[in-house]
Design a protein around this ligand. Sequence first.
Ligand SMILES: Cc1ncc(COP(=O)(O)O)c(C=O)c1O
Length: 307
Amino acid sequence: MGFESDYIWMDGELVAYKDATVPFLSSALHYGLGVFEGIRCYATEQGPAIFRLRDHMQRLLNSAHILGFKEVGYNLDQLCDAVKQTIKANKMDRCYIRPLIHHVADTPNLNLDNGEAHIGIAVWRWDSYLGAEAQQNGIRVNVSSFTRHHPNVMMTKSKMTGNYSNSVLAKTESVRLGFDEAIMLDPQGYVSECTSENLFIVRGGRIQTPLSSTVLEGITRDTLIVLANDLGYSMEEKVMVRDQLYIADEIFVTGTAAEVVAVTEVDFRKIGSGQMGAVTHALQQAFQSVVTGSHARSSEWLEYVNV
Ligand SMILES: Cc1ncc(COP(=O)(O)O)c(C=O)c1O
């Protein structure tokens, strides 16, 4: 499955895929001066529907604000419309959506104020980030040798492109070691998140997730907290340590790309039964029914493209 689509929205215009390019000397490319989002659009009986579009686009604007852009040229409504326009132009019934605000400058420098924000929105077919098998059977993970960002080194509430070198270090190491994904510890040694997912454990029927202080405030994480409460589970945000992972009954990870996936092994230690547990399964089912339009909360969170 490649990136290709018919059009990419660039600064207000729909541009043919092959013409949607940025200069080699882009400061975004050289210094990581960009912020992005990852959003999913699902096929439903009422046509394509985008999951929590406004929340994602607000996080995009927040990310730009955190990085320090004073002006991005578009407001929330305009950006949401642009996403819908891009999906319609590409005639997608479902897709992954990648908006990116990137810095363009005429001279090499590290000052964000020398240059301006440009915006692109791409869509592509991307059914499963960790694979269909992972959705069914879960994944094997390691605790990374790389530490997650200190919150005053990189801004963890912002999806800045430069932040993701840290994820790439961990993910590449993990896959080279034969695992599917990495869990990262924060600079104090507490469990934080995966390279592109938040993390939850289940123990004695109670669900826990690390505090939001050093992790990305995942929109899927927030969704799962609501769904778990709806289903009557006890849900707590708290400091979590590595060996609490090992003795959990269940672990699952959440993210727009990965959705809801069980973790069946950490550092060669089986988690619970070594298979997806009942709580994870119930939450995965609830999430799938929300995003495909058949849950009581679907209308709250889905934005239909053709309405
Ligand atoms: C570092 C990191 N943590 C968590 C997540 C999950 O966030 P969301 O559920 O909003 O996709 C992502 C993906 O955006 C991520 O990159």
